[in-house]
Design a protein around this ligand. Structure first.
Ligand SMILES: Cc1cc2nc3c(=O)[nH]c(=O)nc-3n(C[C@H](O)[C@H](O)[C@H](O)COP(=O)(O)OP(=O)(O)OC[C@H]3O[C@@H](n4cnc5c(N)ncnc54)[C@H](O)[C@@H]3O)c2cc1C
Length: 453
């Protein structure tokens, strides 16, 4: 028998950590590993808001997969369908050409996308914060509002342009509002003679009553206080009811004039999860504690796309969609896959929460390492130290350190690249939500008997 064919879908935290573990543990004769992803770099999502604010350059947060992985074949493209019966998947390359990949073991780690609720106008007019393109596009759009407001002189329109609304107060929304609020207030001071920084308004809207509930009550309250001092208005108990190009209507009927609604109210699993014929929980692929997918022979899943029982909480609840779980699950899956290939027993995934870090810009940070609450400079030290450790390559760590250092010395930059001058992309367009095939289309693409599929 030749080497086992392993196909990993997704080049995020879970997929890359799994591939690393397979490279470390397996002899080249034991398996041939392929990793399919649209880009050959791992996007370090927790630092994405800092790209939006211009503190970090895009290259600092993209870790080259080819530097991290040595023996894994990278296949550029999207897996748009899977036929578990014939053990093949359909890969759509950037050129649009589709190809079939055979596997003995399929590892599903396609992550998540922005969760779009049925809010009229959100898809067309909202901004997401899930991809590098979205982060750069948002930065450009925000600075463009200041550019236009500085020369227009129409009070009503200026109010719209200088009002920014973020919906969702988890880590993505809170960090994005914090760092972009800082940027816009600093930028406004540079506009001569008309822009008054006090005209810039940032609102952070959440349906809950707390900022980042994951932080715990005390640190959540600290975050709220820091943001309030910096002029971010916290609006609890509400969400968006309608979004237009020039306003957002909140669920209490209040209409806020704005041209910038940033939507970070949760994530939904990759649409691929619903195209496999596997059981799902809230759209996530049901995985066993050993990270196999029940009922689909040779299929494994972990990370944001998978509903993995959280054994530290009794197994009834599922692990939260966090980078911490994705990294640990990816490694664990790699070890279990090696065990399966060698006929050894697989172990259940169990990982206690190690805490979290939140960077609100400059010396404002919060951290809860191993349950110890920190704020200010010690928290920033822990937060940045953790990110540098987790970045994996020397190149990415060096770029990130350099950018932080440069920002510390030279302050903010306010140039636009010009993306927002092009036709607006929707969240769905940026995140490619409609690429996937039905079972019949998969069968056609693979040219197998539809009965078998
Ligand atoms: C702005 C922001 C800030 C965050 N901050 C934190 C934080 O501070 N702490 C924390 O713990 N978590 C944070 N998270 C969450 C964390 O980033 C995710 O939980 C983590 O990235 C999940 O890892 P993953 O490997 O499952 O998916 P991802 O990292 O999303 O990777 C999925 C990969 O699959 C690829 N892919 C998708 N579909 C396909 C397909 N059909 N075919 C092939 N490839 C595909 C994608 O291109 C990507 O490479 C943050 C998220 C965001 C958006």
């Amino acid at each position: 028998m030749g080497p086992a064919k392993i196909v990993i879908v997704g080049g995020g935290f879970a997929g890359v950590e799994c591939a690393r573990m397979l490279e470390r543990k397996l002899h080249p004769d034991e398996a041939f590993v392929q990793l399919v992803a649209p880009s050959s770099s791992l996007l370090y999502l927790p630092l994405l808001p800092q790209v939006s604010s211009g503190v970090l350059s895009p290259r600092a947060v993209t870790v080259s997969t080819r530097r991290v992985l040595k023996r894994t074949e990278f296949v550029p493209g999207m897996v748009v369908g899977v036929d578990p019966k014939t053990r093949q998947c359909v890969v759509r390359r950037a050129s649009g050409v589709e190809l079939a990949l055979e596997y003995d073991h399929l590892v599903l780690t396609p992550g998540s996308i922005t969760r779009i609720l049925d809010v009229p106008g959100l898809q067309e007019h909202g901004f997401g914060m899930k991809t590098l393109a979205e982060a750069l596009y948002l930065r450009d759009h925000v600075l463009r509002q200041l550019d236009v407001a500085a020369v227009r002189g129409d009070e009503e329109e200026d109010r719209e342009r200088l009002s920014f609304v973020t919906i969702g107060a988890g880590y993505a929304g809170t960090e994005t509002a914090a760092v972009l609020n800082r940027l816009t207030r600093a930028a406004a001071k540079r506009y001569f003679p008309r822009l008054d920084p006090s005209h810039v308004r940032w609102r952070l809207v959440t349906h809950g009553d707390r900022l980042m509930p994951e932080l715990g009550e005390r640190l959540g309250a600290d975050a709220k206080e820091i943001l309030a001092k910096r002029g971010v208005e916290f609006v609890p108990g509400l969400s968006a009811a309608q979004v237009t190009a020039r306003s957002v209507t909140l669920t209490n009927g209040e209409v806020i004039p704005t041209r910038t609604v940033i939507w970070t109210a949760g994530v939904a699993p990759s649409p691929l999860a619903g195209h496999l014929g596997a059981d799902t929980v809230k759209g996530r692929i049901v995985a066993d504690t050993d990270l196999t997918v029940p009922g689909l022979e040779g299929v494994w899943a972990c990370g944001d796309a998978a509903a993995v029982p959280d054994l530290t909480k009794g197994g009834e609840v599922k692990c939260a969609p966090t980078a911490q779980h994705a990294i640990r699950q990816g490694r664990h899956l790699g070890k279990n896959l090696v065990a399966a290939l060698r006929g050894k027993p697989r172990k259940p995934y169990k990982h206690p929460d190690l805490g979290m870090v939140v960077d609100l810009g400059r010396w404002d940070a919060l951290a809860r390492p191993l349950g110890i609450g920190l704020s200010g400079a010690p928290a920033q030290f822990v937060a940045r130290g953790y990110h540098l450790f987790a970045l994996r390559t020397f190149a990415a760590r060096t770029r990130t350190m350099f950018d932080w250092g440069m920002h510390g010395i030279t302050g903010d930059d306010f140039m636009r690249i010009g993306y927002s001058d092009y036709p607006t992309q929707t969240i769905g367009g940026f995140e490619r939500t409609s690429d996937y095939l039905t079972a019949d289309e998969v069968a056609k693409a693979l040219d197998v008997d539809p009965e078998l599929a």
